[in-house]
Design a protein around this ligand. Structure first.
Ligand SMILES: *Cc1c(COP(=O)(O)O)cnc(C)c1O
Length: 388
């Protein structure tokens, strides 16, 4: 099957999985594939000039989250940033005898699986439950804190059900208790205000491809800077990123990331109000025509462009394959090809059966009102066909 999301009749409703590169972002990136291709670490004029552009991009990205330039470490994306944040702290945590780690049950797998793997290295782990609406409760969090807690990692916004966690309060508690607080903000930047002066996190993971930037580039924000905090790099070699992340600088990616974040910051209000309006229309149509449909996760404090619904008795795999040229997802993209039900939906109390009957609908900058109309009609038709 070859489906092109830009085809006239194709409808892309999977913006939490990834987004297309904005044409303005692409334009900014193009020269860095050809005439400005030099290695940013090279000492010649060509390299120095490219390096200047990378530093300007770093400044732009730092500014957009209220950080300083030297607090940004470029990586290959949020997965790597999450790993850099958590695994590079291991030695520090061991040496200070802080072997208890707290994460939430709805973290992205790149945090959750990594945290679970640390148990083999002698760490103890608390996986915090969430409410049936998909939120961490502050009291439950506070009660989970121990004398030997060293690290807390709670995502800002969830990629499956879009719930936005009370991370300012959590970060504040961590600061009071002198704990390292990391947040995976991959879904949050560009969609909800995210500023490290407000959220007193010490570490935050960012990704470009969720905000109309290119795939394969992201960043880790490190308060103060990485060596001050005692982070150890995962990759050794050319000492790029002040030694925190060796490997030839992904110049086009970084340039695109900066432009994507600049545009997102500028258009956040219009993007969000359009998404809210479109999803409300879509939801109204679905609930009027489909019995036994309900929204997974709370309605308040949710990403404006995310809807996750459970349709009683309808197998989501069958629904997705029946929808053909409407792209919705079940589970998160990274684990979608496995048959295990979503750990996020399980965490909010759905049975395996309900979880298998759930789909995620994500809209974005390119979604048109006509697509909402057609998409809703196609989903309704398929559900009726599968049921009838
Ligand atoms: C997409 C996503 C990731 C992974 O980001 P990559 O840049 O694709 O590695 C991590 N966490 C969350 C919440 C995400 O949505």
């Amino acid at each position: 099957m070859s489906l092109n999301a830009q085809q006239d009749n194709a409808i892309y409703f999977d913006y939490q999985s990834t987004t297309p590169v904005d044409s303005r972002v692409l334009q900014k990136m193009l020269p860095y594939f050809s005439e400005k291709f030099a290695n940013a670490s090279s000492a010649h004029e060509f390299g120095l000039s490219v390096d200047d552009d990378v530093e300007e991009a770093r400044e732009q990205i730092a500014l957009s989250i209220g950080a300083k330039k030297n607090e940004i470490v470029f990586t290959s994306g949020a997965t790597e940033s999450n790993h850099l944040a958590l695994s590079s702290l291991i030695d520090l945590l061991i040496s200070s005898n802080k072997r208890h780690i707290i994460v939430s049950a709805i973290e992205h797998k790149s945090v959750l699986d990594l945290a679970i793997s640390l148990k083999k290295k002698g760490f103890t782990l608390t996986i915090l439950p969430v409410t049936t609406s998909g939120f961490i409760e502050l009291d439950v969090f506070k009660n989970s804190l121990r004398k030997d807690t060293g690290l807390v990692s709670i995502m800002t916004a969830n990629n499956e059900i879009g719930t936005i966690q009370p991370i300012n309060e959590i970060a504040e508690q961590c600061a009071i208790n002198d704990l390292i607080f990391h947040t995976d903000a991959a879904q949050a930047i560009g969609r909800v205000p995210f500023d490290v002066n407000e959220t007193k996190c010490l570490l935050a993971s960012l990704s470009a491809h969720k905000i109309y930037g290119p795939k394969g580039v992201g960043a880790l924000y490190v308060r103060g800077n990485a060596s001050k905090m005692g982070l150890l790099p995962m990759f050794l070699g050319g000492n790029q990123e002040n030694g925190m992340r060796s490997g030839t600088t992904n110049v086009p990616g970084i340039i695109g990331f900066a432009e994507a974040i600049r545009i997102a910051k500028f258009e956040i209000e219009s993007d969000n109000s359009k998404a809210r309006r479109q999803l409300k229309t879509l939801w109204d149509k679905l609930k009027n025509e489909i019995d036994g449909i309900k929204i997974n996760g709370g309605i308040e404090n949710r990403l404006p462009n995310n809807l996750n619904v459970c349709i009683e008795g309808v197998d989501s795999d069958a629904l997705i394959s029946g929808l053909a040229n409407v792209a919705v997802s079940n589970g998160s993209a990274c684990t979608a090809r496995t048959i295990t039900p979503s750990h996020v939906l399980n965490a909010i109390g759905l049975s395996d059966e309900e979880s298998r009957s759930s789909i995620r609908i994500g809209v974005g900058r390119n979604t048109t009102d006509l697509e909402i109309e057609c998409g809703a009609r196609k989903i309704i038709e398929q559900v009726k066909r599968l049921r009838g």
